[in-house]
Design a protein around this ligand. Structure first.
Ligand SMILES: Cc1cc2nc3c(=O)[nH]c(=O)nc-3n(C[C@H](O)[C@H](O)[C@H](O)COP(=O)(O)O)c2cc1C
Length: 197
């Protein structure tokens, strides 16, 4: 089995999805993947970010993580995407990045990649599932291979049980959540390796 190449791409205003992405990156590495951890570019005006202490602090905490590029997607055999829920769907910053992928799509380079997604929402029932299904609708347009967690590990009976992907609320990434994210990243890595990496 070859070494699978996994790119973790996330957006996070306040740090929740940053934490999820870091946990996923470590788990994928531990499972034998070569990993790139990337954040999508901020699209909100700098003065808006600077005007909110929590947003500004989270942006500074992520400043060492490279911004995602088309090459990070092209390079990967598998993708792990994470975004906050915004009005029931994927954050516009993540959508803006996804909308730059047209050239790869046109060349068929998004097809056959393995993909999985996670999210966070203020309210447990505030749209996490529709956000993940929004991601997955896009992945189907790519011809990608969706690798949801389902109930493939006992942790899915502890973490709130979202079979589409791990979902959490801000500040709630506890031990159970970290184990669930790790399971999802490990599963993505293992399925990718089985497909030939
Ligand atoms: C414009 C906007 C829309 C949001 N819409 C929802 C929503 O539909 N449902 C919900 O539960 N939370 C909603 N939230 C809360 C975010 O999901 C929450 O801030 C996010 O999960 C935190 O993730 P982060 O720390 O990675 O930024 C919204 C937040 C903003 C700023």
């Amino acid at each position: 089995m070859s070494t699978p190449k996994i790119t973790i791409i996330y957006y996070s205003t306040y740090g929740t999805n940053h934490g999820v992405a870091q946990t996923a990156a470590k788990a994928a590495e531990d499972a034998g993947a070569e990993v790139r951890l990337r954040r999508v570019a901020e699209t909100a005006p700098a003065e808006v970010v600077a005007g909110q202490d929590a947003w500004k602090a989270a942006a500074e905490a992520q400043s060492d993580i490279p911004e995602a590029t088309l090459d990070d997607v092209d390079w990967a055999d598998g993708l792990f995407l994470s975004s906050p829920t915004r009005f029931g769907t994927v954050a516009s910053q993540m959508r803006a990045f996804i909308d730059t992928l047209g050239p790869l799509w046109m060349e068929g380079k998004l097809a056959d990649k393995t993909v999985t997604a996670t999210t966070s929402s203020q309210n447990p029932n505030g749209g996490a599932e529709s956000t993940l299904l929004g991601f997955y609708t896009t992945f189907m347009h790519w011809g990608a291979i969706i690798v949801p967690p389902g109930y493939t590990d006992a942790v899915k009976f502890e973490d709130g049980g979202n079979p589409y992907g791990f979902s959490t609320t801000p500040g709630a990434l506890d031990d159970i959540g970290q184990r669930s994210v790790a399971h999802q990243a490990r599963r993505l890595t293992e399925v990718t390796a089985r497909l030939g990496g």
